[in-house]
Design a protein around this ligand. Structure first.
Ligand code: EPZ
Length: 430
């Protein structure tokens, strides 16, 4: 089993290039099948989850050609069926985007029930509500969600919760429905806007993405396009917090600073310096960190996908901090692991009360999910001694070349596959 071996204590210093946004890529890849013409997508992160999406597309006859590591050409015209039950797709959340995309294009989709990180109940009732409002029938049979419509008709849809997935899914189906759809209480995340921009570049007519109300005028056909995915807000934020916890000086490059504002604001509150330029943000942690409070919220609030990373930093900050998780109810599972490294954190329901400690110490720990796993890596980078992190498959779902990027900033981290390799790592870095 592969693990990360990490010797903490080195401040991270230097520059790191951020890749394309995973959660935008998952939706955009699915949306690319909506036209018969070739679509070229750039800045696709090379991750387990994006590879699973491409594999699933091939399984229904779509032609997928990798032009280079981050550029892919997709030809949806060769699509042969609408049943997606590829084994790898069952593990990823983004598989549900094939529902909206295929319902829009083919008026029918059958997709294995979505998997993804175990961070609490993850219902899809709002996706279903949206499809039904457009006139589709939706049912679950034999582990598949089946949705079909004789006619897909624009509608006025009020989402009961702000949901990234439901907003994007309804947007995709509505893009090829007849007439106008209005989505109220829409999610405003940068990747929602990215998907809308992508669809518009294929000839869709979507207005208002990035606000609470999205208006879609359905079109009967979409055409080919070339499109570059936005940078990953959460990958960038993770490196920014890694700089903070290791008392480092890191510049994240190829980012959109506006998307990082809530993250930058919290870093400044806890004592870091944050400098923004056109497409880069520099984080310098020269002073001891201090406490703060934070509540996760839909964009432009502080992202739930950054909650474990800020908790790791607050665990090392002077004073008592409170972190409230308002999006997912089971996103503090990693706290037990952090406690093994010396953190002093009490979880009560959706709140973590954190008494800052002076240092973490290396330990053998497991990554419970993607973002928590990445956060534990940052804790290990700050800790005294060696940590061994298990279940790194979760981390690899969302961070391309994570160990290599950290090494380029001076981190002592290696992927290891045996006790012997761990011993070698200890000797080499000791
Ligand atoms: C997306 O998940 C991301 N995943 C998640 O990223 C991210 O944490 C989340 O958005 C919030 O930003 C992908 O894009 C593949 P939601 P999603 O629908 O779409 C409730 C990561 O680490 N809800 O915005 O599943 C839901 O339970 C992952 O990259 C309903 O009640 O999230 C949650 O409380 C983890 N009914 C809230 O809404 C629904 O039909 C927000 O969920 C849908 C959602």
């Amino acid at each position: 089993m592969e693990q990360y071996a990490i010797r903490g204590g080195n401040p991270l210093v230097g520059e790191v290039e951020i890749g394309g946004a995973k959660n935008a890529a998952l939706a955009i890849l699915a949306a690319a099948v909506m036209t018969d013409e070739p679509v070229i997508i750039e800045n696709v992160p090379d991750l387990r989850d994006t590879m699973a999406m491409l594999q699933a597309m091939e399984s229904i006859g779509v032609v997928v050609e990798k032009l280079d590591r981050h550029t892919v050409k997709i030809i949806g015209g060769s699509l042969k069926n609408v049943v997606i039950e590829d084994d790898s797709i069952k593990k990823i959340r983004g598989s549900y985007y094939f529902l909206g995309a295929l319902l829009g294009k083919c008026r029918r989709a059958e997709v294995a029930l979505p998997g993804g990180c175990n961070i609490g109940l993850r219902p899809i009732d709002q996706h279903i509500k949206g499809f039904r409002a457009l006139g589709a029938d939706v049912r679950i049979e034999h582990g598949l969600i089946i949705t079909e419509a004789q006619q897909l008709k624009g509608s006025h849809i009020y989402l009961d919760v702000v949901s990234v997935g439901a907003t994007i899914n309804v947007l995709m189906a509505a893009a090829m429905a007849e007439g106008q759809t209005i989505i109220e209480n829409a999610a405003k995340e940068p990747h929602v806007v990215d998907v809308a921009n992508f669809l518009n570049s294929m000839g869709a007519n979507i207005k208002g993405a990035g606000t609470d109300v999205i208006r879609v005028k359905g079109v009967s056909k979409l055409h080919g396009t070339e499109y570059a995915i936005i940078p990953d807000q959460i990958e960038a934020g993770t490196f920014m917090f890694a700089a903070a916890v290791t008392k480092g000086d890191v510049t994240v490059k190829n980012v959109i600073p506006k998307h990082l504002e809530s993250i930058s604001a919290k870093l400044m509150e806890i004592g870091c310096e944050v400098e923004e330029s056109d497409d880069a943000v520099r984080v310098v942690a020269a002073k001891p960190l201090t406490h703060t409070h934070v509540k996760t919220l839909p964009y432009p609030g502080f992202p739930t996908d950054m909650q474990p990373q800020i908790t790791v930093a607050l665990g090392l900050s002077k004073g008592t901090s409170i972190v409230t998780e308002s999006i997912f109810e089971n996103r503090f599972k990693y706290v037990d692991e952090l406690t093994r490294m010396g953190a002093n954190i009490k979880v009560e329901g959706n709140t973590a009360i954190i008494d800052g400690v002076n240092k973490y110490t290396g330990a053998s720990i497991s990554a419970p999910d993607l973002r928590a796993g990445a956060a534990l890596v940052t804790a290990a980078l700050a800790a005294e001694g060696v940590s061994i992190i298990d279940d790194i498959k979760f981390i690899e779902r969302g961070y391309e070349d994570f160990p290599q990027k950290l090494q380029s900033l001076g981190a002592l981290i290696e992927k290891v596959g045996s006790e012997r390799e761990i011993q070698k790592f200890r000797l080499k870095t000791g």
